[in-house]
Design a protein around this ligand. Structure first.
Ligand SMILES: Nc1ncnc2c1ncn2[C@@H]1O[C@H](COP(=O)(O)OP(=O)(O)O)[C@@H](O)[C@H]1O
Ligand SMILES: [Mg+2]
Length: 308
């Protein structure tokens, strides 16, 4: 399996209805090795979704080059979990999943059952319409639909953002486990640095106008400490401080090189051992969706509203 190479020169939205044209993305060069889990973060409106849309092939109007992971037969398998689940409301859960069912499956109902089970849903959910599902269940169905194509590249746009802490923590843990069981390249857009530290091998900060890569860091936490609050808290403070400085620094024209991916922290297995926010102590760890020092950490580590 090959990795993914993104080389954006420029993404410009044309003037529409009185709004002037705007260059949203400047030079963005990212090499994503096969099976790497990358978190992309940055202030709201900086162009993260635009970047995912480009990688997904939904936006073809940009300058640059894109190389997607290819299988030996040259095919590409990519899935995109949008910011909202985007299930078709007039179709049941089973009918939504059936849209992505591979041809020639001998036991379609069994296939649906297995897809649901993989994301922790029982088969009773199959006959339900999306409008009757909780937010967390809708997300799980969206995840099941994304994984049904057995992607080599999974794009996720703030997939946990609208969930309460418990549901978000459970879903993060699920994503971590599924990735460990079946590795794939993941690009997760998130504004939550705690989430990024809990899940990703590598954390990329976008910012500026037009946006470019302001920082590109290996997760400083070895895999087995990503659930350990004693390790997470200082790493989180350091990362948040550093990213805040990057965002507030006057931007120079060139590409700010901050690659430290050879720093030795990318080895060592994968995390899947999140504590659930619904667990015994009611607190989330890294993946629990709830900081240990909620006010303090939430203010520092959510970079949505950092200045651009
Ligand atoms: N179709 C569009 N036409 C014009 N501007 C757009 C369009 N889509 C997004 N934008 C603008 O591009 C910028 C980046 O948007 P987006 O990628 O959604 O940001 P993010 O996901 O980082 O919050 C925003 O200012 C947004 O208003
Ligand atoms: Mg977005």
């Amino acid at each position: 399996m090959t990795g993914c190479a993104i080389e954006i020169v420029e993404k410009r939205f044309p003037a529409v209805a009185g709004a002037p044209a705007r260059t949203v993305l400047g030079e963005i060069v990212l090499d994503l090795p096969a099976d790497q889990f990358v978190a992309v973060t940055g202030p709201s409106g900086c162009g993260k979704t635009t970047l995912l849309n480009i990688v997904a092939g939904l936006d073809l109007d940009w300058r640059g080059r894109l190389e997607l992971p290819r299988r030996p037969d040259g095919s590409v398998s990519l899935a995109y979990m949008f910011q909202t689940p985007r299930l078709l409301p007039w179709r049941t859960v089973a009918e939504n999943l059936a849209l992505v069912r591979p041809r020639g499956i001998a036991d379609p109902a069994g296939w649906i059952r297995r897809r649901l089970a993989a994301v922790g849903l029982d088969e009773g959910v199959a006959a339900v319409y999306p409008g009757r599902l909780s937010q967390g269940m809708s997300r799980r169905v969206a995840l099941a639909r994304a994984l049904a194509v057995e992607p080599d590249l999974l794009l996720m746009d703030e997939p946990f953002a609208s969930l309460d802490g418990a549901a978000a923590g459970q879903l993060r843990a699920l994503v971590a486990r599924l990735w460990r069981e079946r590795p794939m390249t993941v690009v997760l857009v998130t504004h939550d640095l705690r989430e990024a530290l809990g899940l990703a091998d590598r954390i990329v900060l976008l910012g500026g106008a037009p946006a470019r890569v302001l920082a590109d860091r290996a997760n400083p936490l070895p895999f087995n400490r990503r659930c350990d609050d004693d390790a997470v808290e200082p790493a989180l403070r350091a990362l948040a401080g550093r990213f805040a400085r990057e965002l507030n620094e006057p931007q120079t024209g060139g590409h700010h090189e901050d690659h430290d991916q050879d720093g030795g922290h990318l080895e060592g297995g994968r995390c899947g051992d999140f504590r659930s926010a619904a667990g015994a102590d009611g607190h989330g760890g890294v993946g629990g969706g709830r900081p240990c020092h909620p006010r303090q950490a939430a203010a520092r580590t959510d970079i949505r509203h950092q200045e651009r």
